[in-house]
Write a protein that binds this ligand. Sequence first.
Ligand code: AP5
Ligand code: MG
Ligand code: ZN
Length: 214
Amino acid sequence: MKIIMLGAPGAGKGTQAKKIAKKYEIPHISTGDIFRANIKGGTELGMKAKSYMDQGQLVPDDVTIGMLLDRISEADCEKGYVLDGFPRTIPQAESLTAALKERGEKMDYAVDVDVPDESIVTRMGGRRACLKCGATYHVVFNPPKAEGVCDSCQEALVLRDDDKPETVQKRLTIYHDQTQPLIEYYKEQGILVTVDGTKELNEVFKDIVAVLGA
Ligand code: AP5
Ligand code: MG
Ligand code: ZN
């Protein structure tokens, strides 16, 4: 099964993608996590991405598209994957559609996690991230077992640089401008599913499973 997660920054794409990946035993591919891992590792790709990400801007398509298409060509992607944070622009979506078509494949679902802007800013301020394994928590809505420590790998949790309120606002503007048009794009392809992302996170997951099948 091949799934795309759509939704504003902080809508819960990563949270739901991880649950989907676990249940359906497919890899969770987050372009944001790949960039953050590269920044942490000090790679050339990481250095390129960092300046854009810290400002809340999108990393250019020419960097992002090749990286993602390489990733989905790896062996673990044979029975599907859940994409989180890609595509984010119409050119990215078109490249993905074309690459899949070339392989005689297609996307199964694009799941839009719908959350209004007002709820987003509150969520981001409380988010804590593990830069080692990509796990995310929320100080109130989804706390780790021990404060400030990742449940899975014991790494210290951090507030992401781009989760400052003024940067979140900028990411939201860019989302509406460049990413939201993808909702229409996937609606036209007939694979769009919309879920109410304001519900409690396990409820959101139930709604997604109801569509994908148990
Ligand atoms: P990326 O890492 O993808 O960030 P994003 O899309 O801005 O999304 P977030 O990860 O901030 O939010 P999310 O929807 O995953 O929410 P989460 O589940 O954590 O990208 C970062 C940057 O990388 C971009 O700005 C860009 O610069 C670059 N980039 C990445 N991909 C790119 C691309 N394709 N092209 C160009 N540039 C790219 O949830 C948020 C919080 O809310 C958490 O604390 C969570 O615990 C909590 N929460 C989740 N669900 C609920 C719920 N139902 N109720 C209450 N709380 C909840
Ligand atoms: Mg995320
Ligand atoms: Zn971790």
